[in-house]
Design a protein around this ligand. Structure first.
Ligand code: HEM
Length: 470
């Protein structure tokens, strides 16, 4: 237990000796919304910063937007829970801290800029059209689970965009990869809940460790094979004097091509490239597909918003044209709908950081050696973010009724904010543009149940029905 006498902010109620607030976590485990309501209501009443103990470990809960931003910039070291993904993603951006993170972030940033993402537009357009036609059998047939379609499609899009390979023709590839990612997430969750398994020795004795090794082998084998194929292809391309890749009939530079360019002078090793590929896929596919799942649910439950969005799509794109570079910034209402969906159901609902030095907030100082929690979901629960924050109203992003600023945490905050934000926003806009010009969506969001599995996953009640528009 830390011996610091720096005063603490108010405590979350319910602390017990030795276990601290751990029992509260277990009490609410099955109902994330209830847990969030419990802690955020309390934190809001107490001025936006509280503390709690997980066992003997001190945590600061930061609902106050300015304090959350201060903490996100001051605490760049990830919480130890991220280490559970280390055997899989190594020193990839999500997991790494310190100088490695700094160096990789600087190297990778150019691969995520708007001009690079615009290069993926053909992939986004063709993938969105695939998604639309894959759902065709459900037209007029009542409720169905669109989540699994979204996930497949987002993973395939990332495979094409990241690896530069046409994974669409190799369904086995995506199925196997997705099953392995799911296994990894389940193993990680089991290790968080059964905290004794975080001890490496105990873990090595458990059957789970063996399972993890098998799954990781699958994940790494795929990335390694792709990497080797790509290197060979790149050599041949260079011999031909061609620096762009022809994959799905469209010309663009995949993330992997850009990473390999960095490896030319030994800036990144093959292992580091593979770790970043695994990271980009893991960080990118469930986040965007979950967000689209929630967005369609929200639109299905709010026909007036859906009609307004449809009108914008027709105005900017007409009935069936692909989204082009100049269209992206014109889709203003589409952007507001996505931001509003991110505000209400952020795919990444919790951000955890380690506090490696004393950090001064507005009214408190966080103690070195503690941890802090930032809640992207705060802008849904906390009324200080604007009027009627529990309601889906994209207009709040357009009429200045919202603290629409750098404190909005759905893509993280400060220096370690999401590097894939532009990729995510452009790809989701393109998907909505194709989907909603083709189909009218209906849904009843009141039955939605969500669960926290590092990302915010729909558990039940997320089905939609679709009708053809044209
Ligand atoms: C709706 C979609 C997305 C959401 C809501 C989202 C959210 C976030 C958040 C909240 C963080 C910060 C996590 C933390 O500080 O602990 C983050 C980091 C990250 N995201 Fe995203 N993300 C999305 C899509 C993507 C995509 C599409 C990619 C890649 C193509 C991506 C790649 C990353 C990476 C690599 C990091 C780590 C950045 C670093 O630590 O330097 N994300 N994301």
């Amino acid at each position: 237990r830390d011996k610091s006498n720096i005063p603490l902010p108010p405590a979350v109620p319910g602390k017990l000796p030795i276990i601290g607030h751990t029992h509260k976590l277990f009490q609410y485990m099955a109902d994330l919304q209830e847990l969030l309501k419990y802690v955020t209501d309390d934190c809001e009443k107490k001025g936006g910063v509280t503390h709690f103990y997980f066992g003997s470990e001190l945590y600061y809960l930061l609902l106050d937007p300015q304090d959350a931003l201060t903490a996100a910039n001051a605490c760049l070291t990830k919480h130890y829970a991220y280490d559970l993904g280390k055997d899989w993603m190594g020193d990839g951006l999500i997991i790494s801290s310190g100088d490695i993170w700094k160096r990789h972030r600087k190297l990778l940033t150019p691969a995520f800029t708007l001009p690079v993402i615009y290069g993926f537009l053909d992939v986004f357009n063709s993938q969105s059209k695939n998604l639309v036609s894959s759902m065709e059998p459900h037209v007029g047939k009542g409720l169905f689970d669109h989540f699994s379609y979204m996930k497949h499609n987002a993973l395939e899009t990332l495979c094409v965009g990241t690896f530069g390979i046409n994974a669409i023709d190799d369904k086995e590839f995506t199925d196997k990869y997705m099953a392995s990612v799911n296994e990894m997430i389940n193993i990680g969750i089991t290790r968080v809940i059964k905290f004794w398994l975080q001890n490496d020795f105990i873990y090595s004795l458990s059957g789970l460790k063996k399972k993890e090794e098998e799954v990781i082998e699958t994940l790494h084998a795929m990335a390694n094979t792709v990497l080797q194929n790509k290197k060979t292809a790149m050599k041949n391309e260079a011999l031909d004097g061609n620096t762009e890749f022809e994959t799905t009939g469209t010309k663009y530079k995949a993330f992997l091509d850009l990473l390999l360019e960095l490896s030319k002078n030994g800036v990144l090793t093959d292992k580091e490239i593979r770790e970043e590929m695994d990271t980009i896929i893991a960080a990118g596919y469930e986040t965007t597909s979950n967000q689209l799942t929630y967005t369609l649910l929200l639109l299905g439950a709010h026909p007036e918003v859906q009609e307004k969005l449809y009108r914008e799509l027709l105005e900017v794109l007409g009935p069936d044209r692909d989204v082009e570079k100049d269209d992206v910034t014109k889709l203003v209402y589409t952007n507001a709908v996505l931001m509003e969906s991110l505000r209400m159901f952020p795919s990444v609902p919790v951000i955890l950081r380690y506090v490696d030095k004393d950090v001064r907030l507005k009214n408190y100082t966080m103690r070195a050696g503690s941890n802090c929690v930032i809640f992207p979901l705060a802008s849904y629960h906390d009324q200080s973010w604007g009027a009627q924050t529990d309601q889906f109203r994209p207009e709040r992003w357009l009429d200045g009724d919202f603290r629409n600023n750098k404190e909005f945490a759905a893509f993280g905050l400060g220096k370690r904010a999401c590097i894939g934000r532009t990729y995510a926003m452009v790809s989701m806009k393109v998907t909505l543009a194709h989907f909603l010009r083709q189909y009218r969506v209906k849904a009843d969001i009141s039955k939605l149940k969500i669960k926290y599995e590092f990302v915010l996953r729909p558990e039940s009640g997320h089905e939609i029905s679709i009708e053809r528009r044209i």
